[in-house]
Design a protein around this ligand. Structure first.
Ligand code: GN1
Ligand code: MG
Length: 369
């Protein structure tokens, strides 16, 4: 996908069942994968905002499967809310706008995949967590999302990216990138490589537990970054989970782990001052409480006992993914400066270390909940 060529938003928008005239469209630049635009339309004197999003089909090789999963999941949640006469349904689950011929996405002549959903007003996302209350709310909402999907009918969802959280496979990919060293970058990240190699033994822990039948496959989000959940502007409550491309079969701990990665340190994912990167116990406490307030009812004891570990594992896993992409020449994650993926890898590994130093205390905390 050529991210530099600006897409023709008016003609994209015209494919969807939207009333009114486009007045402006602005790029929304928080994600590393898709291209997202917030578009304002005017109709009968009212304005209404939508999100037009180009699915990265190099990453999601089967966009039709992605949209099939998303439709099943959002319709299931929506039906539950409607059944319960929920007063705020349209702000609590993403609502997609069909194309004029009733499809969930549009394919352009040059082979790009676009979808559109209603923008959720009076709520926002944050890239960096600022208070335990926010951590609690984010985790409560992600746990609620999992809970709502425990009875999703219709069989297994598509694996939109096979082995997405298969950490041993991610590690093997890293080892191949290191052996190839196609961009001669290994010399510039010896310490990070060393750190990665030393941590190989943790990679298979969750999959081994799953293979033994100790932790079940569930419907999970798989990309539970702090900036993928919207918090209400007035109440601060978690109200809606975004970025549903990777909703698929997974382990509940993948989701909690990514919350720990992105919601326990008050620092950006690409922070260069590593002294700012630190797992804060107060945030972890709020995160675990928030998550268990909604997911506690269905998690089993083995899952609960691995909440802290999952934070370490997923932070490590994303760290090796950033390192792999750095070694491979930055073709997967969008980068905005030289060494960006290496900076991201460093923050992840710093956080892994910080979790390791506090893991016993984190486990003790969870055991008390
Ligand atoms: C990507 O799309 P975005 O930015 O929410 C990535 C996640 C990573 C994350 C790291 C499909 O998420 O797996 O954890 O970056 N998504 C995909 O910030 O690879
Ligand atoms: Mg995102």
């Amino acid at each position: 996908m050529d991210v530099k060529k600006l897409p023709d938003i008016p003609s994209i928008g015209a494919q969807f069942d939207i009333a009114g005239t486009l007045v402006k469209a602005e790029p929304f630049t928080h994600g590393h994968i898709n291209d997202t635009f917030v578009a304002t339309y005017q109709h009968n004197g009212q304005t209404c905002r939508y999100v037009h999003q180009r699915i990265n089909h190099h990453v999601f090789k089967n966009p039709a499967h992605v949209m099939e999963n998303i439709a099943r999941v959002t319709e299931h949640i929506r039906a539950k809310f409607l059944r319960d006469n929920h007063p705020d349904v349209d702000r609590r689950v993403l609502r997609f706008v069909p194309t004029h011929d009733g499809k969930t996405y549009h394919v352009t002549a040059d082979g790009n995949y676009w979808r559109t959903y209603y923008f959720i007003e009076n709520a926002r996302i944050y890239d960096v967590v600022e208070s335990p209350k926010e951590a609690y709310q984010a985790a409560k909402e992600y746990g609620y999302f999992q809970q709502l999907l425990t009875d999703l009918p219709g069989g297994r969802l598509h694996d939109t990216i096979p082995d997405f959280h298969n950490t041993p496979k991610r590690f093997a990919t890293f080892e191949r990138a290191l052996a190839a060293d196609a961009h001669n970058r290994a010399a510039s990240c010896r310490q990070e490589i060393q750190f990665a190699l030393e941590h190989k033994p943790i990679t298979a822990v969750l999959l081994d537990l799953h293979a033994k039948g100790d932790i079940p496959e569930r419907v999970t989000h798989n990309d539970t970054k702090f900036n993928n959940v919207m918090l209400d502007n007035e109440t601060g409550e978690g109200i809606c989970v975004l970025d549903l491309d990777t909703v698929m079969p997974g382990l509940a701990l993948y989701d909690f782990g990514d919350m720990v990665r992105t919601t326990t340190s008050e620092s950006a994912e690409d922070e260069r001052d590593l002294s700012k990167v630190h797992m804060e116990m107060e945030m972890f406490d709020a995160l675990a409480r928030g998550y268990l307030s909604t997911a506690g009812a269905f998690l089993n004891p083995v899952e609960k006992a691995h909440l802290a570990f999952s934070g370490k594992l997923i932070t490590f896993e994303i760290g090796i993914r950033f390192l792999t992409d750095y070694l491979e020449g930055d073709h997967y994650f969008k980068v905005h400066r030289a060494g960006h993926n290496l900076d991201r890898c460093r923050t992840q590994f710093k956080l892994v270390e910080s979790i390791e130093h506090q893991e016993a205390e984190m486990n003790a905390l969870v055991a008390r909940l």
